[in-house]
Design a protein around this ligand. Structure first.
Ligand code: HXC
Length: 532
């Protein structure tokens, strides 16, 4: 092009009109102001962060990119048309945690109590679709009075759109719900459909019907906290997986959890550099093998021994404490741990423990995380309450979950492994790829006391009380001699190897390394993580 023409076209190029950019800044600035300042102040006076502050504290610095900031409610009923409803009470967008992409929404309680109307629901549904299509985790920060009453059935339809997407995403991308205020009515079912629920002690509430309705319907008087506070849900109902002391503590825990997870079902959790030698010995476990087999201990002490840098991230810490579940790293790789805990109910399996373990196993299987099972279980917890409560149905879930799981499965029988519970904790023929036993293992159809009463009932009945006591002692000793060791089982091949307790960490890491290509991520049949 000749020089003269070039100059001419340059001079003709239009400069951006300052007016339009200015207008854009004004519109966005106004939208970013959020709710009424008085309401924001009242909200903060309760010790709560705003919806935007929460996103800021949770995500990596300066990584949040907001979408749908300018969306407004279209409903005009009950005076909504006269109100300014910034972002329709929810902030949505993308960001990063530990450098990894996530999709997020955060409900704004200062705008109509964070209630969910149609536009609000559509924003959430849109960010869920973005998470699903791009295979990244979804995090919801919930603080809401539930369905927006003014918008009638549109609000309910909005919830249905969200629930449907929760199920579509289940087992495909990790879904995390963080309850940071009220979560009432049917709204509780979106968190319940997700994989992990966080609550903050003294701040969060979840209930299907509030204390007022409870009183009217049943006459029971109960506070918000007793009915649906963080402690209630982490200790009694099991709806909450992580209870934090404060919002900041909660965000730290969410970040830690994300660190253990893959982005989706087609990936594995990232391996990290591991400064802890894989051959580090665990002499404390050798000492443990020698203690009285009836003595309770906290299984977390064993887990800390074998985990990289002694770090264990426990899930559902306060619920069904007879079984311990959580994440650790071994040789830098993430594994899920399922361990009987003799410190509670002797480590026996009951209804809650079965549900807790089964859902976690299914999560691990969906997201390509190997399972390490540490066994010290005297059986299923006996009693009329358990039988009538459905221990058969609930106990079956753990069997189903283990049998279905095609990820690497490594079992270590540490002490008791009796009866159905031995099978339920992933025995060799339930599909454990490696089934190790410590020298302290006792594997039998049932414990000595019960077995002797059945095997020798006639003999014991015919004996005098003194004779019977002596007989019991002798028979128990004989039974223990036969079954209170791993050797009988090792002879049949049900145990692959009786291992040195001080080598336990290395043995598991070695097995994991061998099994690393057992299943390619994504090649499993898609599995949803149904609430159990
Ligand atoms: C519209 C709502 C609302 C709602 C609260 N607000 N919940 N607006 N729809 N569901 C408004 C209030 O009118 C108030 O507006 C503002 O939010 C703050 O609420 P307060 O009550 O002043 O706050 P607080 O004392 O902290 O109490 C919070 C609360 C309470 C515990 C959440 O508002 C409450 O009980 N709300 C109803 C909870 C509930 O039952 N939800 C279930 C709805 S049915 P103003 O302008 O007065 O300050 C449902 C079904 C879903 O969710 C089904 C899905 C399948």
């Amino acid at each position: 092009m000749p020089e003269t023409t070039k100059k001419k076209s340059k001079s003709k190029r239009r400069k951006p009109t300052p007016h339009k950019v200015k207008k854009m800044r004004e519109v966005i600035g106004k939208a970013l102001e959020g709710g009424d300042p008085a309401r924001v102040q009242a909200h903060k006076a309760k010790g709560k962060f705003t919806a935007r502050e929460r996103i800021h504290y949770l995500l990596d610095e300066d990584t949040f990119q907001e979408l749908d900031l300018l969306v407004k409610t279209r409903s005009t009923e009950f005076g909504l048309g006269d109100k300014d409803i910034p972002g329709d009470g929810v902030i949505t967008g993308i960001g990063r945690i530990g450098g990894r992409e996530v999709c997020i929404f955060s409900q704004n309680f200062t705008v109509l109590g964070g209630s969910l109307g149609l536009a609000h629901a559509k924003k959430i549904a849109k960010i869920m679709d973005l998470a699903y299509d791009n295979r990244v985790p979804l995090i919801g920060l919930l603080d809401s009075g539930g369905a927006r009453i003014q918008e009638g059935v549109d609000s309910l339809d909005g919830y249905a759109e969200i629930f449907r997407r929760n199920v579509k995403c289940s087992g495909v991308i990790p879904q995390i719900s963080v309850i940071l205020g009220p979560c009432a009515g049917g709204a509780v079912y979106s968190p319940a459909l997700t994989d992990f629920v966080f609550m903050v002690d003294g701040l969060s509430n979840m209930f299907v019907t509030g204390p007022g309705v409870v009183k009217a319907a049943t006459g029971e008087e109960v506070t918000f906290e007793e009915l649906g506070g963080g402690r209630t849900h982490s200790e009694k109902s099991g709806n909450c997986h992580f209870l934090a002391n404060s919002e900041q503590d909660c965000f730290r825990q969410v970040r830690e959890l994300i660190n253990f997870l893959p982005q989706n079902r087609w990936e594995k959790a990232a391996r990290v550099a591991n400064p802890d030698p894989v051959r580090r010995t665990t002499p404390l476990l050798e000492a443990m093998c020698e203690v009285d087999p009836r003595k309770p201990y906290r299984v977390t002490h064993v887990i800390w021994q074998i985990a990289d840098e002694h770090k264990f991230f426990e899930v559902h810490q306060d619920f069904a404490k007879n079984i311990v579940i959580g994440f650790m790293r071994l040789g830098g790789d993430v594994v899920g741990v399922v361990a009987n805990n003799p410190a509670h109910k002797a480590g026996a399996l009951d209804i809650h423990a079965s549900d807790k373990a089964a859902r976690f196993i299914r999560f691990l299987n969906a997201f390509n995380i190997p399972i390490v099972s540490l066994v010290d279980v005297p059986g299923y917890w006996p009693g009329v309450e358990q039988e009538h409560g459905g221990i058969i149905r609930h106990g079956a879930k753990i069997l189903y979950a283990y049998a279905e799981a095609s990820v690497p499965k490594i079992t270590v029988v540490m002490r008791k492994a009796y009866g159905g519970a031995y099978i339920a904790m992933c025995s060799k023929y339930m599909g454990a790829d490696f089934n190790f036993a410590l020298p302290s293992a006792e594997i039998a159809v049932m414990g000595p006391a019960g077995a002797i009463e059945i095997l020798y009932s006639k003999k014991l009945k015919d004996a005098t009380p003194e004779e019977a006591a002596k007989l019991r002692e002798e028979l128990t000793a004989q039974y223990k001699e036969k079954f209170a060791s791993p050797y009988q089982t090792a002879m049949t091949g049900s145990v692959d190897e009786v291992i040195e307790p001080s080598n336990m960490r290395f043995k598991i890491v070695r097995a994991l390394r061998f099994l690393k290509d057992k299943r390619r991520p994504g090649e499993q049949t898609p599995l949803g993580n149904i609430p159990l």
